[in-house]
Ligand binder design. Structure first.
Ligand code: NDP
Ligand code: 8X3
Length: 254
């Protein structure tokens, strides 16, 4: 493959879960992939597997200076990012708001909101200048449907939904596309292990008997969105496992 013909995807949170699956899917589809995360070893592993089609970069998306430095240090033939996947994110805790740990709230806001906005701000102007590009933001069903303990996590994903729509408004006429992918319950990632602060038993029990989505289902969705002709913009796509649905509003009684 001629590397100048290949599309370039930059995926944040590429060291695990969805991010890793999205990288692998893009690589199999012939993209070159800038794989970003804080942990280098899983990124190197990806590079060992897929060779020079992978550019691993250590990046904390909360760090504005680090993002600027990363962008500036991209080799010439890696600069023109076609697809930015803002996937890095996390939930911490399921305590009620009145019992939540303030530091956890800050970490979720700094990563899911600020980090996603910083990355978008860094790579959008290049896309607009080239009159092509796609930003895929990984939101969540938690941004639309409230649930007990979802407080700040769900609110960060509501930001992702509205930010994505507002980006579309600003990008009118530029040819740059934006999609908010909103997954529901998805196993085989580190999501619940992180949310339950390393409690493996609790994390695993979230998925017991639930036949959750897998990371490949989300990678498939992202790959499909990116494969559509330039005239097609999927604004948002909500994907749940069949086993997940809705329940009635709660009423407390005397
Ligand atoms: P994982 O915990 O498996 O992966 C999260 C990834 O984000 C890791 O690669 C982690 O890498 C990276 N990350 C976390 N913080 C930062 C940071 N500050 N800077 C850079 N990278 C960071 O979770 P998932 O794959 O499940 O989650 C991916 C996204 O999908 C998140 O935004 C999540 O909210 C969302 N989501 C997940 C669902 C699920 O059920 N699993 C459902 C709906 C949405 P490292 O630690 O190496 O930096
Ligand atoms: C995570 C999805 O259903 O666990 O964003 O809230 S859910």
């Amino acid at each position: 493959n001629d590397s100048t013909q290949q599309q370039i995807a930059l995926v944040t949170g590429a060291s695990a879960g969805f991010g890793r699956a999205i990288c692998e899917r893009f690589l199999r589809d012939g993209y070159r992939v800038i794989a970003a995360a804080r942990r280098m070893e899983p990124l190197r592993e990806l590079q060992r597997q897929y060779g020079e089609a992978v550019l691993p970069v250590v990046l904390d998306v909360r760090d504005e200076q680090a993002i600027a430095a990363m962008r500036a240090s991209l080799p010439e033939h890696w600069r023109d990012v076609d697809v930015l996947v803002n996937n890095a994110g996390l939930a911490l805790g399921t305590e009620k708001a009145q019992e939540a740990v303030l530091r956890d709230w800050r970490t979720m806001i700094d990563t899911n909101v600020t980090g996603l906005a910083l990355m978008t701000h860094a790579f959008l102007p290049g896309m607009v200048a080239r009159k092509r590009g796609l930003v895929v933001n990984i939101g969540s069903v938690a941004g639309k449907y409230p649930y007990p303990g979802g407080n700040v996590y769900g609110a960060t994903k509501a930001f992702v939904a509205q930010f994505s729509r507002n980006l579309r408004a600003d990008l009118a006429g530029t040819g740059v596309r934006v999609t908010d992918v909103q997954p529901g319950l998805c196993g085989d990632t580190e999501f619940s292990l992180t949310r339950y602060r390393g409690d493996r038993r609790k994390a695993d029990s979230v998925y017991d008997g639930a036949h959750p989505l897998g990371p490949d289902d989300i990678a498939e969705t992202v790959a499909w969105v990116a494969s559509l002709p330039p005239r097609v913009n999927v604004n948002a796509i909500e994907v749940m496992p069949t086993s997940q649905s809705f329940s009635a509003l709660t009423i407390t009684r005397d």
